[in-house]
Ligand binder design. Sequence first.
Ligand SMILES: [Zn+2]
Length: 342
Amino acid sequence: MAFLEDYQRELKRQSRHGRCLHYSNGDRCNEVVSAHSIQKRGQLNLIAEDGHVYRLNADFSILEKTKGFPSLKKTGVNRASTFAGYCKYHDNELFEPIDNFPLGPEREQIALYAYRSLCREFFVKENAVKVLAKMKDHPELDESSRRFLSALLIGHSLGLEGLKHHKSIFDTALSGSNFEQFEFTYFTSRSPCSVQLSGLLYPDYDFEGNHLQDLGNNETPWDLITFFTAPVDEGWAFGFGWHVSSNRSCVQFMQSLAQRVANGEKVEDMLLRFSLSCCENHAIRISWWDGLHELSRAAVMERMYVMMHPSVPVSSRYLAAGCEGIANWQYEYVHTTLRAAG
Ligand SMILES: [Zn+2]
């Protein structure tokens, strides 16, 4: 089908169109590099088998064949999670404290992980807007497909506007080294890791199903939280990081997680549920996935399906239950800038 081929070609063209998203891009920029949004040395290599990991395959052509159901695709670690979003000079200079040192309870490191998640999403979203704007008038489209692409374009454009707002806040904070403006909570683990990721979310409901903010209201900017995995001294960590301007939703979001843990729910289950429901940028250990029970795999795929199809209604309790007993790793410690409740 010529439309799908044209769409894929255009998407490829945009994603190869490198640009430097560093806050002081300009004169000092040199060649754009293919940067890993999930670090290769300390993270992807931890879970790679024969140099490969599984990645979510959200290609339009695949979705056509599988009736919208996502699938996983073996991907070489050199290509997994890369985006052409920084020049070599700025990539090396800015991310030195996280690329060459394990994560510790340092706000500067959190700010950098958060910034990388934000820039990657910005890059992907900007590409999607450009591709949709071009493809919505493709001569092969019928009226209903054209309307569908136009609606997608509106959604992505709104998302991009939100990201521009947050990027300008991050740019200002980072260029002034105002790292105290970043908050975090992260959990460390010494178990073998099977899922690595980076991403961000406008949180709508917390882990107890309470409403946080109205994503139907475009008048005021939405609060934003970023999340990522990272190497630590002994093992790895799953972290959340956000700018204080998003405290209103993010603090309640993190407190609801703490409350559930206090009530006896396993944090491993909650973070896996969150990862599958809110992120499309993961890398998954192949033998772990292949060894999962069929029912567990079905539960995971169901989550990813809902995440990839914004038109499928989501329960307010989507982070409150589901996917229990699939994560076979343990978190041992938590580091947080939040004060204990009460
Ligand atoms: Zn640059």
